[in-house]
Ligand binder design. Structure first.
Ligand code: B12
Ligand code: SF4
Ligand code: SF4
Length: 303
């Protein structure tokens, strides 16, 4: 078990992940309670998919009854702060992380299967109904900050999370028990829409990231014209975090390198963005999630 655990970790580092830890699956009632409270308060907005599979999200055994170990992985994507007239979150400057990470997960899963016959492995990145930040914290990777993102000591919060859940035992890492936010409240103070309604609690309906990426159709009246120059996602609460100011490291992943077309655009270029240009610039990019119509809506709300 120890040898296999070590080999898996070495392979994950070799594949380019910066962080890896192993969590013990269990039903954690506190996570379940917080998730249900969040949904009851309507903080998920129109993300009905958060509600639909709540039974799996709140209980890993409903999603994967045979779960015995959860390998939690972190990939650094940081490439700098946005200084453009219209801003796109730095996680979306390059290729879509879902595709990049999936390829790495397949390689890691194949490696595990080669070392351990008949193992059942479930790969997750973002879209699976599990609470990725909580599992990363339980795997010892970092803590959940007041802005609700998972922060690491050595890369800040600019890391994507992914998991491989196995039906075999591995050696677990100790849970990251510390909360290193201390008395800081920078993320709450600087959020332009007061979306962090309480420490560690986000109301998506007020969050620019939700509005520009997940919300379909026109914006509710109270959020008209309050996008603070963001046209896809928002990085403010992460940019002002002292842990990011101190420990951010440039990503070594070629696929996350900024597309120069995105960074050189001025306000007027965005205003005149055509469908053909959109398709060309955002081929294989996360920005395709909001579609041409969504991006045009976000641009027009910032004009
Ligand atoms: C839904 C979702 C969103 C929603 C809601 C965000 C949210 N905070 O829940 C929206 C669209 C707004 C969003 C935005 C972003 N997202 Co998002 N999102 C998700 C998704 C799919 C589910 C998150 C979830 O379960 N939310 C439910 C709520 C209840 O959970 P929670 O807010 O984390 O609450 C927990 C804690 O805050 C804590 N808590 C609550 N109350 C209290 C009280 C106390 C006292 C304490 C100690 C703790 C505590 O307990 C809760 C349960 O553990 C995950 C992927 C996944 N499958 O997990 C990605 C994910 C969280 N997103 C991610 C990213 C990158 C972003 C953005 C940074 C993108 C951007 N730049 O625009 C922003 C960040 C905005 C922000 N400040 O959080 C990454 C985060 C990586 C990381 N290092 O943490 C994830 C993990 C995707 C991935 N695979 O990498 N996202
Ligand atoms: S992503 Fe932007 S709008 Fe959302 S909580 Fe952070 S600072 Fe506020
Ligand atoms: S800005 Fe401060 S309070 Fe917010 S997550 Fe970072 S350390 Fe925690």
């Amino acid at each position: 078990m120890l040898k296999l655990t070590k080999n898996i970790k070495n392979k994950a580092y070799e594949l380019g992940f910066q962080k890896i830890g192993i969590a013990k699956p269990d039903f954690y009632s506190q996570d379940s309670e917080r998730l249900n409270k969040w949904l009851t308060l309507g903080y998920h907005g129109k993300m009905d998919w958060m509600k639909k599979r709540v039974n799996e999200r709140e209980n890993i055994y409903t999603y994967f009854p045979e779960a015995k170990s959860i390998i939690s992985l972190g990939l650094n994507y940081f490439h700098g702060k946005s200084t453009n007239e219209f801003k796109i979150s730095n996680y979306a400057w390059g290729k879509d992380y879902h595709d990049i990470i999936k390829k790495k997960l397949i390689k890691l899963s194949d490696f595990i299967k080669l070392n351990k016959k008949n193992v059942k492995a479930l790969m997750c990145v973002d879209t699976s109904p599990i609470m990725e930040k909580s599992w990363a914290q339980k795997a010892g990777i970092g803590w959940i900050g007041k802005h609700t993102n998972l922060i690491t000591r050595d890369y800040g919060s600019w890391i994507f999370l992914a998991e491989i859940i196995l039906d075999i035992d591995l050696i677990f890492d100790p849970i990251f028990e510390d909360d290193l936010c201390g008395s800081c409240t920078a993320c709450i103070d600087y959020c332009p829409t007061n979306a962090i309604v309480d420490e560690y609690v986000l109301d998506s309906r007020k969050c620019i990231s939700y509005l520009t990426i997940e919300h379909r159709g026109d914006f509710p009246v109270e959020h008209q014209g309050n996008l603070d120059s963001w046209i896809y996602g928002c990085d403010i609460c992460q940019e002002v975090c002292p842990w990011n100011e101190k420990f951010s490291q440039k990503s070594i992943e070629d696929d996350f390198k900024p597309n120069p077309e995105i960074l050189k655009k001025k306000k007027k270029d965005w205003k005149n963005l055509t469908l053909d240009e959109y398709k060309k610039i955002f081929k294989g990019s996360p920005v395709k999630r909001t579609k041409y119509s969504g991006l045009k809506r976000n641009i027009s709300k910032n004009l």
